[in-house]
Design a binder for this molecule. Structure first.
Ligand code: DGL
Length: 269
């Protein structure tokens, strides 16, 4: 075993939501050490400009590279939508995985009528990144996107099965459902927590959970480049955030699905 295989995977997000991707990675790749960075002091990114998101992304990637990571996982759809090239430039030869590439691929595998719906933050939808990623592989697919800015705060509030969330989701899904989509991409870190509610609202839709598909793509990339850690001695997880706001622990554990330990605050920039 070479030392590089034991180095951690760097996972990052605008805040706490990327822990859904960490959770999927822990399940799919239980041997892998993970270093997570969540920019909790500056979240949300979903309403910020490309310029600002690129600047913040550069600071985060520089920080993770100092941790000697062997691969980078962009867990934030908004960062993947507007700053993916910046991440690739900084990462050099290192594998870079992201939620949009993985989600687009899974959506194409899932759809039978070539009508795909995407729900995401406003910045992700305005960037058209999902549609571009899908069309680059199949130009005959029709993509219908809907920004759902109210869903992030509702999930953070823990209203996963609340009437307000149900009505909000119903309203956002209306125009997409009218287009006869058969597949819906949950294009934001927070939405996988709403899977049960969305399934009740639209039982006929196949849902693409970008957390699971990204973990799968990461596994493939690690095995392909012989970077997977064969060590079974228990993985090490470290979580860094730029702020520890009120109720962070509770919200973080909801996303991660287990207790959040080895948490540290650092300031960037
Ligand atoms: N992590 C973001 C995303 O997946 C959602 C939260 C935010 O707006 O920063 O798009």
């Amino acid at each position: 075993m070479t030392a590089i295989q034991q180095r951690p995977i760097g996972v990052f997000d605008s805040g706490v939501g990327g822990l859904t991707v960490v959770r999927a990675l822990m399940e799919r790749l239980p041997n892998e050490n993970i270093v997570y960075f969540g920019d909790t002091a500056r979240v949300p990114y979903g309403v910020k400009s490309r310029h600002t998101i690129e600047l913040y992304t550069e600071q985060i990637v520089t920080y993770l590279l100092e941790h000697d990571v062997k691969a980078l996982v962009v867990a934030c759809n908004t960062i993947a939508a507007v700053a993916r090239e910046k991440v690739r430039q900084l990462a050099g030869d290192m594998p870079v995985l992201d939620v949009i590439a993985a989600g687009a691929q899974a959506a194409l595998q899932s759809t039978q009528n070539n009508h795909i719906g995407v729900i995401a933050t406003s910045t992700t939808v305005n960037s058209n990144a999902y549609a571009r990623a899908i069309h680059s592989q199949n130009p005959n697919t029709r993509v219908f996107s809907q920004a759902c800015p109210l869903l992030v705060p509702l999930v953070e509030e823990g209203w996963l099965d609340h009437e307000v969330t149900r009505l909000t989701a119903r309203e956002y899904l209306k125009p997409i459902l009218a287009e006869n989509v058969d597949t819906l991409v949950l294009g934001c870190t927070h939405y996988p927590l709403l899977k049960p509610l969305i399934k009740q609202e639209a039982p006929e839709l196949k849902l693409v959970d970008s957390a699971i598909t990204t973990a799968e793509a990461t596994a493939e990339a690690l095995y392909r480049s012989q970077l997977a850690n064969p060590n079974h001695n228990g993985a090490d997880y470290r979580f860094y955030v730029s702020d520890i706001p009120l109720r962070f622990q509770t919200i973080g554990e909801r996303f991660l699905g287990r207790s959040l330990e080895q948490l540290e605050m650092v300031s960037l920039g």
